[in-house]
Write a protein that binds this ligand. Structure first.
Ligand code: MLT
Length: 257
């Protein structure tokens, strides 16, 4: 993996293939490797950029609180250092929140948007409380608390469960705590999304069996953006890029001009 210095952290990233620049952002609390299988298909047509979001994988973090917007700014810094002005950007779940924030902060730098198992809505007060409680638990007991609670909810596929559990156990407490607080304070992006209708391709992909974020959240976005494409994946949970790799790659191919 390569890395750059940006906004006081070391940001690690992988880069593969040639073609339209495409940034794939991972979800919570994983790292870029959750995209490996899809990236190996997409790299035939895309210049695929796979960052580890701040704190995760091989990227470092800061102890002071940060926001989803700060994570989006890290991605802009990465693209600056790679000399890339405009990209298609797709995010899985929390990665989708970062993609939306990137779109808000850098509207002219986006040539396509993909939201995988994600949403535009902000947290409900209950969800926010839950995140702060989880952050305290992670500080006290370590990341295994989240690995145990989350892995069974991410997928019904045993292979994927084993992968995500091992991946979560490799992440740092600071990354989980920082990201939980960042997600709790993120903005609702619904009106921002409404303003991009027709400007560039928007791909939505969601598993019907996702128990972490309901497919209804993607259907709401599809209703808002009539020109978006919604791919509903029957039998997929929250990790469609690993559960239905080919289907996910095919959907993201619509981000090619
Ligand atoms: C994720 O997969 O990134 C998280 O489940 C997102 C969230 O907790 O909102």
């Amino acid at each position: 993996m390569k890395n750059i210095s940006v906004n006081g952290i070391k940001l690690a990233y992988d880069r593969r293939g040639q073609g339209t620049p495409l940034v794939l952002l991972h979800g919570f609390p994983l790292d870029h490797t959750s995209w490996n299988e899809v990236a190996s298909i997409l790299e035939d047509h895309f210049d695929v950029i796979l960052p580890d979001l701040r704190g995760f994988g091989e990227s470092t973090t800061v102890n002071s609180p940060y926001s989803i917007s700060d994570m989006a700014d890290d991605i802009a810094g990465l693209l600056d250092s790679l000399g890339i002005e405009q990209v298609a950007i797709a995010g899985h779940s929390m990665g989708g929140y970062v993609a939306l924030s990137f779109l808000k902060n850098y509207p002219k730098r986006v040539s396509g948007l993909g939201l995988i198992s994600s949403q535009a809505a902000a947290d409900t007060p209950e969800r926010k409380d839950g995140r702060y409680k989880t952050a305290v638990e992670v500080a006290e007991k370590g990341v295994s608390v989240v690995a145990d609670a989350m892995s069974p909810k991410l997928s019904a596929d045993e292979r994927v469960r084993v992968f995500v559990r091992e991946s979560i156990l490799q992440q740092s407490q600071a990354a989980l705590i920082g990201a939980l607080k960042a997600m709790a304070t993120r903005e609702d992006m619904t009106s921002l999304l409404a303003s991009i209708e027709g400007q560039y391709p928007v791909v939505l992909l969601h598993g019907n069996d996702d128990v972490l974020i309901s497919i209804e959240r993607s259907k709401e976005i599809a209703d808002l953006l009539k020109l978006s494409r919604l791919f509903e994946i029957p039998g997929a949970g929250h990790m469609p890029m690993m559960e239905f790799t080919k289907e996910t790659a095919l959907a993201l191919d619509f981000l090619r001009p």
